[in-house]
Design a protein around this ligand. Structure first.
Ligand SMILES: *Cc1c(COP(=O)(O)O)cnc(C)c1O
Length: 237
């Protein structure tokens, strides 16, 4: 297996190349390392390899991994984001434990997260997960839903909503590109027509992050390409 630091350098080069193709600055892309399913030891190695922000998709795994990293003697834990499906009964444990909740997928969850954050005396950063491809299996606000409740979302007192997050259909580059384009268009119309201030578009995973960057993503979430020993970054595409 390539060293994690070499894999990271290759990823950053691919990010730079994708930016160059569309005249963007690579400094406008944040690359988040998705550590779900990886043991704390691998996160520690990934930190040594240069990764600075991580993401997890389950609350118990997140909390356990943070405790294990502390157990490994890592004094300054890196920031983690939450990217997985949320249940209201897990929000209390989640609030304050993550930098950004990227998977805020309904008004109901947003209200609940805001009240949990209020109770804890914190303002929780969040991204709104949008389902612009219309796939029934995907979580997230539909376009119409989001346009309908943007005012209420913006007014929730203990949430700082900073952007959108989306996932594209797997295995279909043309549809992935359409999805990213639609998410960006939705972000732009919300910025024009609603009180939400959305700087971030979190879009792009191992198999499609270059497409996402070409279509305006400002944050890519990379798991397998960064950490999975069985993932073949240059053959799988
Ligand atoms: C797992 C996951 C990722 C990372 O996926 P890879 O294909 O391993 O890069 C990104 N975003 C979300 C929401 C995920 O669940």
């Amino acid at each position: 297996m390539r060293l994690l630091s070499m894999r990271r350098e290759e990823i950053l080069e691919r990010v730079r190349n994708a930016c160059a193709r569309v005249g963007r600055e690579a400094s406008g892309i944040e690359v988040v390392c998705v550590s779900k399913g990886q043991p704390a030891e691998v996160v520690a190695c990934a930190m040594e390899a240069g990764w600075t922000v991580f993401a997890e998709n389950r609350v118990p795994e997140l909390l356990q991994k943070k405790a294990e990293l502390e157990g490994l003697g890592i004094a300054a834990l890196p920031p983690f984001d939450m990217i997985g499906n949320l249940q209201t009964n897990k929000l209390k444990a989640l609030v304050g434990e993550v930098r950004t909740v990227q998977s805020l997928s309904s008004l109901h969850l947003a209200r609940a997260l805001s009240s949990r954050a209020s109770a804890a005396g914190v303002v929780q950063r969040a991204l709104l997960e949008v389902n612009v491809s219309g796939e029934a299996t995907k979580q997230g606000f539909s376009q119409d839903e989001l346009l309908g409740c943007a005012e209420e979302l913006a007014a929730l007192p203990a949430l700082s909503i900073e952007g959108l997050m989306t996932m594209a259909p797997a295995g279909d580059p043309a549809r992935a590109r359409e999805t990213f384009r639609a998410a960006r268009a939705l972000k732009e119309s919300l910025e024009r027509e609603s009180p939400l201030a959305l700087g971030t578009l979190s879009a792009g995973m191992s198999d499609d992050f270059e497409l996402a960057i070409e279509e305006g993503s400002t944050m890519v979430r990379l798991g397998r390409v960064a950490l999975d020993r069985n993932y073949e970054p240059f053959k799988a595409r």
